[in-house]
Design a protein around this ligand. Structure first.
Ligand SMILES: C[S@@+](CC[C@H](N)C(=O)[O-])C[C@H]1O[C@@H](n2cnc3c(N)ncnc32)[C@H](O)[C@@H]1O
Length: 267
């Protein structure tokens, strides 16, 4: 297997990893998987298929400096991060872009970003380093074992065609007790989402992410957080939202997060 070197395009206070690690082939071994091993595959070959089979890097070749969810979703996510993340932590923002939605008042030890478009990542003010990698071609993260307190994946998990291997890598790079927060809504680049997601429901998508954690030996029982728009419930997130609601055109984006910890949830 070819291991590519890290691409620390920002400052290099610390190398992202000291030596290539090529051992995680993540072959499922149902009864004997060691911690971090893949117990079973979640997706069928059909479930991994996308309507647009072209390389994902082509799709992300130009920067999209937009937000992919509305202000209400982002406020809920930032509050969740406020609740679950701590100052001084090492954080990995997987499948990131020009925004990480982290609480602005919290200073982390380091935030490493990963994505598919270097221009987007270079614009992200929260990142200390970033690297570009297509996780549908190679799931190996060029990062050292057990070095992150938190791994975040925001509105992107639907694009992973080998989620089992990627979640095994998330497990590997987390410290024991480290947390992974996967958040999503009902929006997507339809032609780039895997069919198991595209053809699913809100319920089945939560189940899918839950299973991505459960298929890796050693993740804690996933916790699900939902915040759904209710008629007349939450207050409008912006003047535009208020006007659109007035005309019955829009509510806010539903919020889902699935959270799990490596080995144990610290008290
Ligand atoms: C909808 S954007 C979300 C970006 C960011 N997390 C946010 O909250 O705005 C989807 C992101 O998924 C990532 N992505 C999509 N396909 C990918 C792939 N094959 N490999 C790695 N990352 C991918 C890209 O970084 C892309 O920016």
């Amino acid at each position: 297997m070819l291991c590519t070197p890290p691409q620390p395009l920002r400052s290099s206070r610390r190398p992202l990893r000291t030596a290539p690690r090529c051992s995680n082939d993540a072959q499922p071994s149902p009864s004997t998987a060691a911690a971090g091993g893949v117990r079973r595959l979640v997706l069928s070959p059909e479930g991994r298929a996308k309507l647009d089979p072209r390389p994902d890097r082509d799709f992300y070749a130009f920067p999209r400096l937009v937000t992919h969810v509305d202000d209400g979703f982002i406020a809920t996510l930032t509050d969740l991060y406020r609740d679950r993340l701590r100052a001084g932590w090492d954080v990995l923002d997987l499948m990131s872009s020009w925004v990480s939605h982290l609480p602005p008042e919290v200073q982390f030890q380091r935030v490493v970003g990963h994505g598919l478009n270097a221009q987007e990542l270079a614009r992200n003010p929260r990142l200390d380093y970033f690297f570009v990698k297509d996780l549908n071609r190679d799931q190996q993260l060029e990062l050292e074992d057990g070095t992150f307190d938190a791994v975040l994946c925001t509105v992107s998990v639907q694009y992973l065609q080998s989620p089992e291997k990627v979640f095994a890598e998330i497990f590997r790079v987390l410290k024991p007790g480290g947390v992974c927060i996967v958040s999503f809504s009902n929006r997507m680049f339809y032609e780039k989402a895997v069919s198991a997601w595209r053809d699913g429901t809100a319920y089945s998508r939560v189940q899918l992410v839950t299973q991505y954690f459960q298929c890796v030996e050693g993740f804690t029982q996933p916790e699900v957080i939902r915040k759904l728009p209710s008629a007349g419930g939450s207050s409008p997130s912006s003047p535009l939202d208020a006007v659109m609601r007035l005309f019955g055109v829009a509510g806010s984006d539903p919020f889902y997060a699935v959270i799990s910890y490596r080995n144990f949830k610290p008290m």
